[in-house]
Design a protein around this ligand. Sequence first.
Ligand code: TRP
Ligand code: SF4
Length: 328
Amino acid sequence: MTAKKRILSGMRPTGPLHLGNYHGALDNWIAMQEEYDCFFFIADWHALTSDYENTGNISRFVQEMMIDWLSAGLSPEKCTLFVQSNVMEHAELFLLLSMITPVPWLERNPTYKDQIIQLDNKDLSTFGFLGYPVLQAADIIMYKANGVPVGIDQVPHIEITREIARRFNYLYGKVFPEPDAILTQSSKILGLDRRKMSKSYNNAIYLSDSPEDIRAKVSTMITDPNRARRKDPGNPEICNVFEFHKLYSPSPVVEEINSQCRSATIGCVECKKIMAENLINALAPIRDKRKYFEERPEMVQEIIASGNQKAQAVAQQTMKEVRRAVRI
Ligand code: TRP
Ligand code: SF4
């Protein structure tokens, strides 16, 4: 019998999950839990690296993120679901790795400079922010993960993780495998305004949105921008509403919309209404499970506590090996 490959990934608790997060990451995790030994965690310390001035929301977001995960279909029976700050070993490994990580590796990390420019309303000239990838490396190698499902933006961090693991092994003897990035196909779904779906653009549909929210939001979606009037034929290929149809409507409906749009026999208002109802239906099981978990906060706490325990057992074992290797 060969052991299952171990997979690990994390998300920062920055707010409720939207359809972009779902199709960009979560649906992939949900599929992977059937096949691999999966560890998924909420990276609340990583949220602190940029939100250290405003920490009031983080613990609420942690709870809500776990509810999003469970409602969407991650199962505590199939994978280990935990919270970073509850497994203190991550901090110890982070500290040891920080001793051996050359600062230039971090300074030339492309996401580092990007983020400093993009989040220019925050002072990110901190030690913790520079060290973000070192903490991420600790998260990953603690569990000796073989694969890390991430979006393309995270690939530099996995590369730094590999370099740090290699350097540790070189200095102290082989303890860690070098993990591979497993590239997640990025979501085809755009936001209501056709930009990338993002909380900060205010263009997102959330897994937790009510049917009324969804109807209202869908009605504001930008369609084929060349279809100015009802009698103009449209081009579904460049219409974001049509992308949603492809994900949420039955294929005969998709076919029908495709030809009716091209012949201007359907208007965008009606087309959106059909899509909104199919989207609402598709999200119904998630909404139902959310209601279930929201009514049982103690159960969510228990799931987190038992996931933490499972993760910590592995982390403690790794730290024994690490301390032996480092001789401290
Ligand atoms: N940096 C990741 C992100 O912003 C979150 C993260 C933290 C992570 N630690 C991780 C992802 C370890 C994968 C593995 O998306
Ligand atoms: Fe898009 Fe539908 Fe309008 Fe065609 S009819 S442009 S697919 S919203």
